[in-house]
Design a binder for this molecule. Structure first.
Ligand code: ATP
Ligand code: MG
Length: 778
């Protein structure tokens, strides 16, 4: 436990002005290299900005008068908006009444009645958003153009308001409006907020869809979904014909799925909208045209515009609340320690308001959480309480959502998050952001031989991320962002990151594209991954090799029937392959148990390094001699028995005693239910069980993990079967002290060594039975 002297001294030190070179956002905005923060009302500055001259600002009067293409000069054309429910005829303040007709389905329990104080306050808040002034012009532009690029500062109201404006204006006709988000937590929390603004129950007029969780109905007109979900929808509806408008939000993040979506949307428009048919043959189906809106706060708008045949770029001027930015005067070597000191500085010096700390990953989050909780206990009794919450991708969804709960009285909430909280979301109560300037990024280490893997590397964030992070502080009022890096360091940051498509595994995406009859190589992408499939270490070649090993594609790279089945599962192709293979082996029940746990967002086995002996002892009873997959199965079976006979409290206690994460069991149960539905669709009987014959389960898993396999060498190390890499069994694995002739593993972790995690022993002879291995040998 740290002494008071240390904490007081340090806090006093960082309280001195020299620690933070106070730079307000206004000063910061003047840096020419950061055009995307230039949203001041300084007209001269606007004139200097060439992007702005070429395009339209939809909510700034000065620019309306300058640009004849938008705003009030085109009132006549607005009447062409379909449904006759024109935006200019509608006052936003009256929207409760006007949208009431669309909510005949409202049930009495969820939303408040339109006249409650809360509802009025929310509507008043909507009216104050910067985007509200540009509503008419915005709708008019979206109506005129098939593709609109919308750039607006963070907090201006893009994500929550634009879909509602489109709905209320009738632009979506009878179709749905999709709003894509790179992250689950954003999709669900935004849907929740917009449901409140529309005064409906979540899942009615406003819904969401994320992997393994959906709240929507036949009434849903605005649907927030992850980019991954909409790419999956392409498989059942290649023209996305249920949607009239697709809003690709946070497009600057350039996730793999967003890039695939953007490419497919271009194709879809060519079919659904006559004017964008490049051949002009007029063969497009005109009855259901599609509108696309690309949105972000920090977008390379011109690049997107060029991609979509010089689409119109619109700007939303201004943010709702100012955020004061502080850079540290010196570089901080230990960012977790600096974050902690800054937190306590805020806690002791600053007015009430919750704090959001951005850290690179789970380990840093957990260690800082412990330290903050420890120090908080030593605070004088006149200080308010500290409540910590965590948010990271590997944490269960409902746990992440706790950050959105109201802060109890006389308490300051401190949320420790990775970049999953960086874009899009509003966490009520947040007034202060502490930005360590670090994040973890997926990087694919490709192997032409098929054994490539994604790994997470810690690196400096980009300017675009820094801006988004700061933006989280100004959502409900003025805020402050403390950057734990110097202004010089900020100035040397890259403007934006490398698109994910250039740096992550393409296996799952290529499989999905194959189902659509598309080859990644032929797709019109904004940035193409390295396509030289003959060269070594190329992600496309590596992904094709993996799919071939799984039997998802044949020697001519054509999708096989089992490949088509694998693509139906919302799983990594490796696990989908194991499920498909389990039919033949007669062990589907067990394989579903295992892959459901492996696909959950958090790990089942809780590892506490200080209690490693106790953990090993408690888990001994589940431990299976063949390794981790059957150990997971044993734990699932044991939990199922407990759940059948014990109450909630006893179940929880049992999990705690065995260092098992009960939330993982519960999430896995839901995932399993969804997998059962998919199995039903393709005729796999989920009740078939291997019973005592557990070898069959390992063989099924082996089909999926054949590319993740290694043979024992004479010197006692394991060498990949599909590559030259030497891998070690992770110390957390039940096989870590054993030497077996051959192993399969779930993934590789790259530290100073390459560790295999989720390891099982498999007979070497198994590989001889695999077609891919036979062919490879031949
Ligand atoms: N859950 C919420 N609770 C309270 N206020 C909210 C909530 N969600 C949004 N708001 C308010 O609406 C404003 C606009 O939010 P919105 O998400 O539409 O902005 P945005 O322009 O999309 O920002 P970003 O670029 O950061 O995604 C917020 O600044 C906040 O004032
Ligand atoms: Mg947004």
């Amino acid at each position: 436990m740290p002494t008071t002297t240390y904490s007081t001294k340090t806090i006093q030190k960082i309280r001195e002005p020299a620690y933070y070179g106070v730079k307000t956002e206004k000063n910061h905005k003047r840096a020419k290299s950061v055009p995307w923060v230039d949203v001041s009302d300084d007209d001269e500055k606007s004139k200097r900005n060439s992007l702005k001259r070429k395009n339209s600002i939809v909510n700034g009067n000065a620019d309306h008068s300058r640009n004849g293409q938008n705003g009030h000069k085109n009132k006549k054309r607005r009447s062409s908006i379909q449904n006759g429910d024109t935006p200019q005829s509608k006052d936003l303040a009256n929207s409760p009444g006007s949208s009431q007709s669309k909510r005949g389905h409202i049930n009495g329990s969820g939303p408040s009645t339109p006249h409650t104080a809360k509802f009025k306050a929310v509507q008043e808040q909507r009216k104050q958003l910067p985007i509200a002034k540009g509503r008419e012009a915005l709708i008019e532009e979206i109506n005129k153009n098939n593709v609109t690029i919308l750039l607006g500062e963070t907090g201006s109201g893009k994500t929550t308001q634009v879909p509602q404006y489109i709905l209320e204006s009738g632009l979506a006709r009878n179709g749905m409006i999709a709003v894509t988000q790179p992250r689950k937590v954003a999709a669900t929390s935004l849907a929740q907020r917009v449901a409140v603004e529309q005064n409906v129950s979540l899942g009615d007029l406003v819904g969401y869809a994320v992997r393994f969780d959906e709240k929507s109905s036949a009434q849903t007109r605005i649907k927030y979904l992850t980019d991954g979900m909409i790419v999956r929808e392409l498989m059942s509806d290649p023209l996305l014909s249920n949607y009239s408008v697709i809003i690709v939000d946070e497009a600057h993040e350039r996730t793999l799925r967003t890039d695939l979506l953007i490419a497919n949307l271009k194709k879809i428009q060519a079919k659904r909208n006559p004017k964008t048919d490049p051949k002009g043959k007029g063969n497009a189906d005109t009855s259901n045209p599609l509108k696309i809106v690309i949105m972000s706060a920090t977008l390379d708008a011109e690049k997107f515009s060029k991609f979509y045949h010089n689409a119109k770029i619109l700007y939303v001027k201004g943010r709702q609340h100012p955020v004061k930015i502080y850079h540290s005067a010196e570089s901080q070597l230990d960012y977790t320690d600096a974050a902690m000191r800054t937190f306590f500085q805020i806690h002791t010096d600053q007015p009430p308001g919750d704090v959001l700390i951005f850290l690179p990953g789970q380990e840093d989050i957990e260690s800082l959480q412990k330290s903050i909780e420890l120090y908080a206990k030593q605070l004088p009794s006149d200080k308010s309480e500290v409540l910590t919450c965590t948010m990271f991708a590997a944490q269960e969804h409902s746990q992440n959502n706790k950050a959105f709960s109201p802060t109890p009285p006389n308490t300051r909430k401190c949320i420790l998050a990775t970049n999953i909280a960086e874009t899009s979301i509003t966490i009520p109560g947040i007034k202060y952001v502490i930005d360590t300037g670090k994040c973890k990024e997926k990087q694919y280490l490709a192997r032409i031989s098929g054994g490539g893997f994604d790994t997470l590397l810690t690196r400096d964030i980009t300017k675009s991320s820094a801006m988004q992070r700061a933006g989280r502080a100004g959502r409900e009022g003025t805020g402050a962002c403390f950057r734990l890096y110097t202004e010089d360091a900020f100035n040397t940051m890259a403007v934006s990151g490398e698109p994910e498509i250039l740096r992550c595994s393409l296996t799952s995406s290529i499989l999905n594209l194959k189902c659509l009859g598309q080859n990644l190589e032929e797709l019109d992408l904004m940035d193409k991954p390295d396509l030289d499939s003959m060269a070594d270490l190329k992600p496309v070649a590596s992904a094709l090799k993996t799919l071939w090993l799984l039997g998802a594609i044949d020697n001519h790279q054509k999708l096989t029937p089992s490949g088509r089945q694998m693509a139906l599962f919302p799983l990594e192709p490796q696990y989908a392959c194991a499920v498909v293979a389990s039919k033949e082996y007669g062990c589907t029940s067990e394989v579903l148990d295992i892959v459901s746990v492996l696909s959950a967002s958090s790990k089942l086995f809780i590892d506490i390094s200080e209690q490693r002996d106790a953990v090993t002892e408690a888990r001994r009873k589940f431990r299976h001699p063949s390794g981790d997959h059957l150990t997971v199965l044993n734990a699932v079976k044991a939990y199922r028995d407990i759940a059948a006979s014990e109450n909630k409290h006893s179940r929880r206690e049992w999990c705690r005693k065995h260092f098992l994460n009960e939330r993982t069991f519960l999430e896995a149960r839901d995932i399993r239910e969804q997998l059962v539905v998919t199995c039903g669709r393709i005729g796999i009987d989920v009740s078939v069980s291997a019973k005592e014959n557990e070898d069959l389960v390992i063989r099924s898993m082996g089909h999926g993990l054949a590319g993740n396999s290694a043979f024992l060498q004479a010197d006692g190390t394991y060498k990949q079967t599909m590559g030259q890499t030497i891998v070690k069994v992770h110390p957390g694995s039940s096989l870590c002290d054993k030497k077996v002739p051959a192993i399969i593993y779930d993934d590789l972790m790259y530290t100073n060594q390459i560790y295999a995690r989720g390891v099982s022993s498999i007979p070497k002879s198994f590989f001889l039975s695999l077609d891919a291995f036979k062919q490879r040998k031949a």
